[in-house]
Design a protein around this ligand. Sequence first.
Ligand code: SF4
Length: 596
Amino acid sequence: MSTLDSSVDVLRELPEENEPVKADHLDCPPPDDSQAEPPLRVMALHALLYCERLFYLEEVEEIRVADAAVYAGRRLHVEAVSPDDETPEQRSLEVSSERWGLFGKVDAVRRRDGAWVAIEHKRGRCRRDGDGHPQPWRSDRIQAVAYAVLLEEGLAEPVPQARVRYHADGVTAFVEIDEAARRDLHAAVQRARELRRSTMRPPVAENENLCPRCSLALVCLPEEERLAHEEFAIHPEPLPEGEGGGVKHEPPRLFPARREQQTLHIVSPRAHLGRSGAALLLTNEDEKQKIPVEQIDSVVVHGYGQVSTQAIHLCAQHGVAVQWFTMGGKFAAGTASSPGRVQQRIRQYTGLADPAMRLGLARRLVEAKIETQRRYVLRASRDEVAYRAWCRPRLDQVRGVLADVPKAESAATLLGLEGTAARAYFDCLRVLIDSGLPEELRPDGRNRRPPRDRFNCLLSFGYALLQSLVHRALLAVGLEPALGFYHQPRTAAPPLVLDLMELFRTLLWDIPLIGSLNRGQWDPAADFSVTPGQVWLSDAGRRKAIELFEQRLTESYQHPHTGQSLSYARIVELEARLLEKEWTGCPGLFARLRLR
Ligand code: SF4
């Protein structure tokens, strides 16, 4: 047994209303193997009783998102224990027990009728029993029980009652600390330990009303998973607010439609990114710009701009990825600040070690890519005669390739099929271009490393921006970019990044690029730098391409699986999360994305 002696001393100094009751015994045995287990946060038990999957994501996969509700909860705690409140209670008291393998911080402790009482403060509303009496929610109850039991052990005297104060309806629910409460706590600790040892995420909560209030809905994607299982059964009775109640009974939209932060692109070689307090300080020549770090999701350095060590530290602390690209748009290096998540990586390794899974994913990916290319050519051909003469025979060939993709027996065969379709697609692009466009900007097949014409220079640069975006999305989701299922590790680009990019090349870059060419937005002289054998974008051209790409990311698209209209930036992240579901118990959702 152990508890913080200083905390207990403080308690003993508080005024007593009555003589303390002596503890005869602490009558429930703690979990047997507590010595061998790392201690659990009491808050983790709260998550466990709310939803086992939430517990798993937070405690095993180490994913914690401080969303608005969490911050509001923190504010409440600060307000609830403000020094202006002169009630004789000890606030925010640390408690722990080696016997139980638990630790945490109880909101408040006070004496009532000669005994100590543990008090928890909650923002929401209480549950009501059949007679309308206030009751704690299961998750709040177990938390209150745990604090009372830890307190009891630390003080070596009984804590017969805990209370949960619900501020939204201004009532207090009482929790008796009896044998049944200790048995429930024992069962919760055992279940938490079982889950910590498991390598599989528990299924999504049966009660979908829990999810809109869950801080990890964005990571968990419960509605996508329920859609996949056709389980949109509506809960028959609304639950009261506080444990998922008070929400509308229709499929919620839990994945945010829009991107909340921006990418900071550093293009000028004279730019310097430093740190000023909690903000990044961008200096370019005589211009200085202060950017709060919360406003950005990543920093991308194109070429030779400088980033200070202090700025890199600040970015790392806030989970902001920093990536460096060469002037020609080739990925050079990047930071990755997603430590831990060991179980998540193990599942990825296990899943992608299976040749059948790798081949199945590769087939679906290639099919989605080719189908989108085919639909784009069909949709965007401007000249009917040219289409019939030039595109139709090529699209017939693509149709034949598409029929062969599901039968491909290896990645090598798929690469061959994909290459055949790609040649036909790039041949067709010339028919999508306005006839008035200067000859230097017209497409004439695909070439790269280095690009030898302006069109290919634009294609390569846009694909590099896409690569950077996909790389960041994979890191944000917690996947290992080096372990893919289709591409082989041959270049600096991680294979899983190259895999996922295939879904988006046409949607995120080819389409907006050809649109901008047809609108006459590119200057063959000012936007390019031409040297023998290769073409690069000038500074002005790079800025224009970045602007076009970032604009595309803000546009919306209705996802074919969820039916939700999402910005393209969000769709990239969603597909990364759906990819992970292929080996976490909900396969079949990845790569359904296609141009309509
Ligand atoms: S979103 Fe729903 S299923 Fe997922 S962890 Fe949260 S409560 Fe559980």
